[in-house]
Design a protein around this ligand. Sequence first.
Ligand code: ADP
Ligand code: ZN
Length: 608
Amino acid sequence: MADPRATEVLARVFGYESFRGDQQAIVDHIIAGGDALVLMPTGAGKSLCYQVPALVRRGTGVVISPLIALMQDQVDALTELGVRAAFLNSTQDWQDTREVERAFLAGELDLLYVAPERLLTERCLQLLSRGTIALFAIDEAHCVSQWGHDFRPEYLGLSMLHERWPEVPRIALTATATDVTRREIAERLALGQARHYVASFDRPNIRYHIVEKLDVRRQLLQLLRQEHAGDAGIVYCLSRNKVDETAEFLCAQGIAALPYHAGLGSAVRAQNQSRFLREDGLVMVATIAFGMGIDKPDVRFVAHIDLPKSIEGYYQETGRAGRDGLPATAWLAYGLQDVVQQRRMIDESNGDDAFRRRLGAQLDAMLGLCETVSCRRQRLLQYFGQSIAPCGNCDNCLQPPQSWDGTVAAQKMLSAIYRLWKERGQRYGAGHLIDILRGKQTPRVAENGHATLSVFGIGQDLSDQAWRSVLRQLLAQSLLMVDQEGYGTLALTDESRAVLKGERTLMLRREPDRASRGSTPRSKPLQPDLPVAAQAVFEALRAWRAGIARSHGKPAYVIFHDATLREIALALPDSLESLSHVNGVGVHKLESYGESILECIDALGMAT
Ligand code: ADP
Ligand code: ZN
């Protein structure tokens, strides 16, 4: 049964007409004092699930979040909504701390953000004991998972909340979706009684593209220039070096790009992050150190120029695109070298066999996604145990690749490797093997007398690129492995035998022509275009918003989201009353900015 107070808060404070998905059920459950474990993809609206109950229930909602760098922005966004919010973390001086503590004790705070290490100090626990707590929200709850990519040991201490405040409802939230993570969260945070809410993890507005890596800089440039000119986005790389090089390269090409990785000083990191959030249209080139909790809604693309290690990580990273629900792109370029490199990294990693097997299985799933000929999104969601129909918004749906019978090609490749090893005791990497198959008279072939091998020149029917694709897929399917000792040399696996003996047919993916051009298919424009007149209003509103944001020193989206500005541009409200009906315009923002927006529209002379 819907709690009318929740709907009232949603409309008055946030300016939204209705709850989405499970929000209503979650909010009602928390208001009634229950615990909840919420799994929702990025952008689905997790924050409202605790913000609304915190406003309805008596006392302060305490939000535990590892994202100290973002707390200021979160509090600013709430303040813009007229919500009384504050944070406690290590960036504050004692005076600010004292003021926040006073406000909390006086019951003047609706929401209080705290870092977990801070929360667990005796001083903080004492403070909380003396005030009234509406609820505990444990954000980024997957940080409690030791196997996950964001493990924070302090999170393990949070199980004490339940012992100390058994009557206060707790809500744990995450965008990480696997069952394992979910069980770990429930167990480690003592959420045995919690009701679980698992949303669909589909993000239909994100278009997935995975392309063969050829000349990755050129391919990236093409993506940025042709499909995302002027857009904000993130480019993920595996190494710090590559981040620096790529950011420099983009800047030299006239694209405003900033680097972000753990090797940069914390001041530089903070500054680059803050610029990315505040300025329009910047490209952040980063390692995976960048991103958790980045709630910039208008990231229009996430590009990976190296293969991610797992689908889980990949889905989190790509999920940072298009939080505002408007169209966005997730683009990944991957090639043979990525497979070789990742397999080697796993072999060389510290940790026991079980650990390595786990990494290997994660990589295999990722490679399976790259090489699939069916819908990418289906494949992704399948990984999280959810099924959907083919999406119509990924490269494979938009331009289906073909599959071909690669059994004979695979046999040629495998027997070349076998012969070299058997007859000569030699192992080689991809380049030389392909030269042998294609019968190229290179110095290396001459030097080693490889032209006399029976396999020399048996693969002239396929191009270099096609052979690389075969090799990659053999590696992806563990029909070949990268030798542990050799320098990226290739060796057969137990499974190779069945293919060699002809006991197994092998269907392979054929790269569509677009791969060689590096461009991606386009069936409809990424941004549903506004009518020309509305576009002009939208631009004017954006300029107006930029001015306000600059003068307040806040990110533009804290003032209004693009989605709200677009709606205003279409509705052309001529009164505060009609403006108040636009999604995202609550009472407080209407008071702060209503007149100014109406003037802005009026100045364009277009109001009806
Ligand atoms: P998450 O934390 O799950 O990534 P957010 O809480 O940041 O997502 O919400 C994503 C976006 O969706 C925000 O812009 C938020 O204001 C908006 N949103 C959330 N719930 C609703 C709703 N019921 N109606 C309209 N917009 C919503
Ligand atoms: Zn699809």
